[in-house]
Each structure stands twice: as C-alpha cells, then as structure tokens.
Design a protein around this ligand. Structure first.
Ligand code: SF4
Ligand code: SF4
Length: 278
C-alpha cells in the first residue's frame, strides 16, 4: 500500500503520462463472469472511498457508519494536505480479498463504490473555480490479468459512465470535491491541522457520529437552522451529508455557509470586546 506522500506523487505521474479522453472518446472493454480473470481484480487493490460511497455501503449493509469504518475501511491516513484517505479494507489472509467479493461477483454491486464503477476509466478534476480547465478522463493502467481490455465491446467514456450509474455518485460528491480542491489547499497550499482533519473525517465519513454531534451537543443552539431542515437531518443521511459539507466550509475555511444564532454572535462580540479591554 502506498503512503500518502507516495500516493500523491503516483497520482501526479499518472496524470502527466495519461492520454486525455473526453466524454465522446472511445475505448474497448467488457467485464463478465465468463472471463478467466473474473473477480481477480477484487483483491489486493486500493479502492479509495468518497463519503457518498460510505453512505451507500453502510446503508446497504444495515450498519452504522462507525461500524462500517471499523470493519471494512482503513481510515487512519492523511494526504499531504491533511485530507483523510479512506479505503476499503481487504481481508487479512494471504488472498487480501475485498470483503464484498463472492464467487458470483460483487455482493454489493448496486452500491459498489465510485472507483469500482469507473474502472477502467479514471477521472481528474480541475481545482474549484479554475477557469478553462475541464474534467478529463483516462484509461487506467491495465490490471495485470484483466482480460476485459481484449474484448471487442466499444464504449465512449460517456456511455460507460451512464452504463455504470456513475452520474448519481458524481452529483452527490460534487460538494466533497469542491472541499478537496478548495483554494485553501490548491492555491494557498495550506495543510489542515490534525483537529480539523479529524473534524472532516467525522463529518463526511462517519455520518452517524456527526448526527450525534448535531443532536446531542449545543450545536443546534449555536446556528440558525430552520426546523424543517433539523427534522430532515434526524433521519435523512443524504441531507445530513450535504449539511456536513456546509458546516465544514464554515468551520474549515470561514465561509458564510451557516449563520450563527444571534445569541452566539452576541457572545462572540462580547468575547472579542473583553479581549480588547484586557
Ligand atoms: S466493492 Fe465490489 S466491485 Fe469493488 S472491489 Fe469489492 S467486490 Fe469488487
Ligand atoms: S480483471 Fe478486468 S475483466 Fe476481469 S473481472 Fe476484473 S475488471 Fe472484469
């Protein structure tokens, strides 16, 4: 497994060498159980997870996000900017298989992660707000035994994404990408302090713990949030994830994505006043 520093250099090297594809560019590929390599790629592989992947998988498995992270993920690394790196935990025997692979294929197929859907296509996005730069795609390095590249079936990138149900994952991950590629990291080249990295990990990836944080602390007294939204946050994971992104932009970058409660503002102003009269 690559450490975070190696990982970012690895990604840069791939992006520098890869032939760039647009949505209409074509490639050959097919994956099906008749191939001798069937299932071989679901072992000893780095499957990086986005928050929406975790949401879908924990819901699929009927477990809470903390249990999912403990049982099925590795979530203790940070990249060079302090962003959490979360990936699927392979089994610890010599086969190092994905916990969800079975003889019949992927047991969580309808909820498989974005990275599994996209293979053999990778995507690279420009930083938020960067003019003129567009997302581009590339064919990832061929998995050693992957016979799918030798099949005749031709796809455009857009057809492949449609066939694999990628659009929903991308739409639900836009706000996360905007945080990961925020000018704070990309232009200012700043790194999150450890406490804020943990805050990001909890809010994005451990939604059930974030929900407890929202409902079992003074959180709701500190921000102006409409009662309708509060009710949705109690039970709707997807609404909670969107809300988590708003809170993170407020907490990490100081953006006005949430409004402090009037009393909280008064206390802050009062506190600042005291600082200046000391
Ligand atoms: S989640 Fe499914 S497709 Fe992805 S590695 Fe595991 S078994 Fe394979
Ligand atoms: S190795 Fe390639 S063709 Fe074979 S199962 Fe995996 S993705 Fe499909």
């Amino acid at each position: 497994m690559l450490d975070p520093f190696e990982l970012s250099r690895f990604k840069e090297a791939i992006l520098a060498q890869a032939k760039r594809l647009g949505p209409d560019d074509k490639f050959h590929f097919a994956c099906h159980p008749k191939l001798g390599c069937f299932n071989s790629c679901c072992a000893d592989v780095n499957v990086y997870l986005m928050p929406y992947d975790v949401l879908r998988l924990k819901r699929r498995l009927g477990i809470d996000s903390r249990s999912f992270l403990e049982q099925h993920a590795i979530a203790d690394a940070l990249d060079t900017r302090g962003l959490p790196i979360v990936q699927l935990r392979m089994t610890e025997d010599e086969k190092k298989r994905c916990p969800f692979v079975t003889e019949a294929g992927c047991s969580v197929y309808e909820d498989r992660p974005w990275a599994c859907r996209m293979y053999p296509i990778g995507g690279a996005s420009p930083p938020a707000g960067k003019a003129g730069a567009e997302t581009f795609y590339f064919v990832v390095e061929r998995f050693e035994s992957c016979a799918g590249f030798d099949e005749d079936r031709e796809w455009s990138v857009a057809e492949w994404k449609e066939n694999q149900g990628v659009a929903e994952y991308e739409a639900k991950s836009e706000a996360f990408k905007a945080i990961s590629l925020h000018p704070f990291f990309v232009e200012q080249r700043r790194t999150l302090p450890l406490d804020k990295s943990r805050m990001l990990l909890m809010a994005c990836y451990d939604l059930d713990t974030f929900r407890k944080f929202v409902f079992e602390t003074s959180f709701l007294r500190r921000f102006e949030i409409s009662p309708e939204i509060v009710e949705r946050l109690r039970t709707d994971d997807e609404a909670l994830l969107i809300f988590a992104y708003r809170w993170l932009r407020f907490g990490l970058f100081g953006e006005p994505t949430l409004t402090l409660d009037a009393q909280e503002v008064e206390q802050k102003i009062d506190g600042m006043g005291k600082m200046f009269t000391r």
